[in-house]
Design a protein around this ligand. Structure first.
Ligand code: NDP
Length: 416
């Protein structure tokens, strides 16, 4: 397969390196990004450690004609978009023009509105069908592997799934007072927005980080998870039959919340332009410049991520609750591909998805697909081999009702 990866950041570098490790499938690897030196650093690393050559390019993926031209020149079978959600539609347009399959790990978000929804990308359904091409959306870890855990459970473990809680914990320590594990701008936009979950056919909104719950995460123990809106809820509501409730929980340390609260309160997370010394700047973009790049955190990172889905449903007339999860160790991922575990868990699933396409193991129907619409079984087999083994354990019960409430963006917790 000839592959083009767009985006040479923390997760893009994992994709490039893992593709190179699977050179019997990816015979021809191309990497393009806004900053050529970052592509070249990854190329050098692959050359030094694996003795393989990849091709690199400078590209502004917001420029559809520049991207189309590059795609026509390279003619990749598949483009993996590892840039930012702002580029999704531009890269999809270029794929249609040049006749390439498309895959990403985060849904489209307009730069001037912190709102991530699938409708912009789902609107490409007819165009991709007519072009005979596939667009595979949200093939990272969450969204991505978590959606596939749900699809696997629906296919193999339940007759009907009623409740899903996606639980995401990074119990690692990067040694910095404040840093984000993936692109700071996208991370802070996600965490500071209002929360939302789905119950009995309705979306219910919450204040940002209003609800928290102590969750027992495999291998890392009890941590406080906060209810967030996350994009996979939108597609899973449509694709999991019989669903009555779905929520998403992510852990944050007190230090992270303290910094975020201050940044929010003083306007540093604003996404609208302000005039500073006669020059227009966007505070969150300036903040991103000041914060550590997610790829720079890898070297001294210790601890593990523990991410999975708790699902309650019916099998053969009986109710049961299971947890499907993966645990990933920051030091091990650094040893393997010089990346921290958040970048690794984001980068391995799209490589696995690309292997599914290369081997014809996924539904090869043209159109726009969320990953839970594709066959989970071969993906689950392959992703474990690629470095993200998964486990299933039976639980006595699910997470239950919302109980502990905190006042939004106040550091001190206040029980409900
Ligand atoms: P980084 O900021 O490290 O990397 C993003 C890369 O995209 C950078 O190299 C950046 O270039 C490049 N880029 C940005 N704009 C353009 C453009 N217009 N044209 C070309 N290249 C561009 O972020 P991460 O690697 O941490 O995250 C990458 C993606 O993965 C994000 O979309 C994020 O939302 C998603 N993600 C998904 C997860 C999942 O589980 N599904 C989890 C975590 C992240 P430059 O270096 O010049 O800034």
């Amino acid at each position: 397969m000839k592959i083009l990866i767009i985006g040479a950041g923390a997760a893009g570098s994992v994709v490039a390196k893992k593709c190179a490790m699977n050179s019997e499938i990816f015979q021809d690897i191309h990497l393009a990004s806004r900053t050529l030196s970052k592509c070249d650093a990854i190329k050098e690393d692959i050359k030094a450690k694996q003795g393989k050559n990849i091709h690199t390019y400078k590209l502004d993926a917001d420029d559809v004609s520049e991207t189309t031209q590059l795609l026509k020149e390279i003619q990749p079978d598949l483009v993996i978009n590892m840039a930012l959600p702002y580029q999704d539609l531009h890269i999809m347009d270029a794929c249609l023009e040049a006749g390439c399959h498309y895959m990403d790990t985060a849904n489209y978000e307009p730069i001037d509105v912190a709102k991530f929804e699938y409708h912009w990308q789902w609107a490409y359904q007819d165009k991709f069908k007519e072009a005979g091409l596939m667009a595979i959306l949200g093939c990272g870890f969450d969204p991505g592997q978590t959606n596939i855990y749900c699809a696997y459970a629906q296919k193999n473990l339940f007759d009907e799934i009623h409740e899903i809680d996606i639980i995401d914990c990074n119990a690692g320590d990067h040694g910095k007072a404040f840093a984000t594990n993936f692109n700071p701008e996208i991370n802070l936009r996600e965490v500071t927005q209002r929360g939302k979950y789905w119950e009995n056919g309705q979306w219910i909104e919450t204040e940002p980080l209003e609800f928290r719950k102590m969750i027992n995460f495999p291998e890392v123990g009890e941590k406080a998870g906060y209810l967030l809106y996350h994009e996979e809820l939108e597609s899973l509501v449509q694709n999991i039959k019989g669903l009555k409730r779905i929520r998403f929980w992510m852990t944050f340390g007190d230090e992270y919340i303290k910094h975020m609260e201050v940044l929010q309160n003083i306007g540093m997370t604003r996404i609208d332009p302000v005039i500073h010394n006669g020059v227009e700047i966007v505070p969150i973009q300036f903040l991103k410049t000041l914060l550590p790049e997610p790829s720079s955190l890898a070297e001294d990172y210790t601890g593990k991520t523990s991410i999975g889905c708790i699902m309650t449903g019916i099998k053969d007339g009986k109710e049961k609750t299971i947890l499907i999860y993966n645990v990933c160790d920051h030091a091990q991922t650094h040893a393997e591909v010089q990346a921290q575990a958040v970048s690794y868990t984001t980068g391995v699933p799209p490589v696995t998805g690309a292997i599914m396409l290369a081997k014809g193991l996924w539904n090869m129907e043209p159109g726009v697909w969320n990953v839970e619409q594709l066959d989970p079984d071969p993906f689950m087999d392959e992703v474990a081999k690629q470095g993200l083994p998964w486990h299933i354990t039976e639980l006595d019960s699910g997470l239950g009702a919302l109980t502990e409430r905190r006042t939004a963006f106040k550091y001190k917790d206040k029980a409900a």
